[in-house]
Design a protein around this ligand. Structure first.
Ligand code: TYD
Length: 234
């Protein structure tokens, strides 16, 4: 079985940038690797993403919300993540089930045991081998994301992006209040505390290069069992 790495963090922590940097470095060295995200990652999961994050869906019931995130995850695991891991590849996922515990659990106050049961159903028990958490106070993260969402290219699709496309969208969960986002952050830290062997907490104030290097140094020892693509046929 391959290697499953997830990135978690509050809005605007730079986790998507780091997930991409890790993906590019592994791919450049010939490792079999895919970069994906949640909610999303397959056509069906992307359709669910649009429903669950739509700013207009204020009336969404919290149970519906948890079931939709789980449904998107079930499809993603079955169609994409598990098959790739079975082939011996590396899957890098921008958010995964820990986001549900942090957002729907610690943030919205849903029962954690229930969410864990739902997650087990959706993932079939699959857990990341390694989870990076980029930590940042909620207020700072939201401000970073708000500024990014206001960049001209985020508003107008005709303006070419200044950097490779990393679409910044202001969604229904971003729009919740600061207390909510602080609870989410505290939730992530609690999850990390409970499973220290899986989690690596990083200070999101570090430079992009410094973070990328620390992440790389953590991943390298885990690559011993992964065969670069060229060697697989032999
Ligand atoms: P996204 O635009 O991907 O934001 P980010 O760049 O912060 O990852 O939006 C995903 C949102 O969905 C984000 O606010 C976190 C939330 N979320 C949940 O509430 N539960 C979940 O299970 C997942 C995967 C995401």
């Amino acid at each position: 079985m391959g290697l499953f790495i997830t990135f978690e963090g509050p809005e605007g922590s730079g986790k998507s940038t780091q997930a991409r940097r890790l993906y590019e470095r592994l791919a450049a060295q010939g490792y079999p690797v895919i970069l994906t995200r949640e909610p999303g990652g397959t056509p069906i999961s992307d359709m669910i993403r649009r429903i669950v994050l739509d700013l207009r869906h204020n009336e969404m019931d919290p149970t519906t919300e948890s079931l939709l995130f789980s449904a998107a995850r079930a499809q993603h695991v079955a169609e994409r993540i598990r098959p790739y891991l079975r082939l011996g590849g590396i899957v890098i996922c921008d958010r995964f089930a820990d986001s549900m515990l942090a957002y729907q659990g610690y943030g919205s106050g849903r029962d954690l045991d229930e969410l864990e049961t739902l997650t087990r159903i959706a993932t079939g028990g699959l857990k990341p081998d390694l989870t990076f958490y980029l930590d940042l106070p909620a207020a700072e993260g939201l401000e970073r994301k708000r500024r990014a969402a206001e960049r001209p290219e985020a508003r107008n699709p005709l303006v070419p992006p200044v950097a490779p496309p990393e679409r910044v969208e202001w969604n229904r969960l971003d729009a919740r209040d600061l207390d909510y986002h602080e609870r989410v952050r505290a939730g992530f830290l609690e999850l990390a505390r409970r499973e220290p062997a899986r989690w690596r907490i990083l200070d999101a104030h570090l430079s992009v290069d410094e973070l990328a290097e620390r992440i790389w140094q953590t991943v390298v020892p885990l690559l011993a069992g992964i065969k670069p693509v060229g060697e697989q046929a032999t």
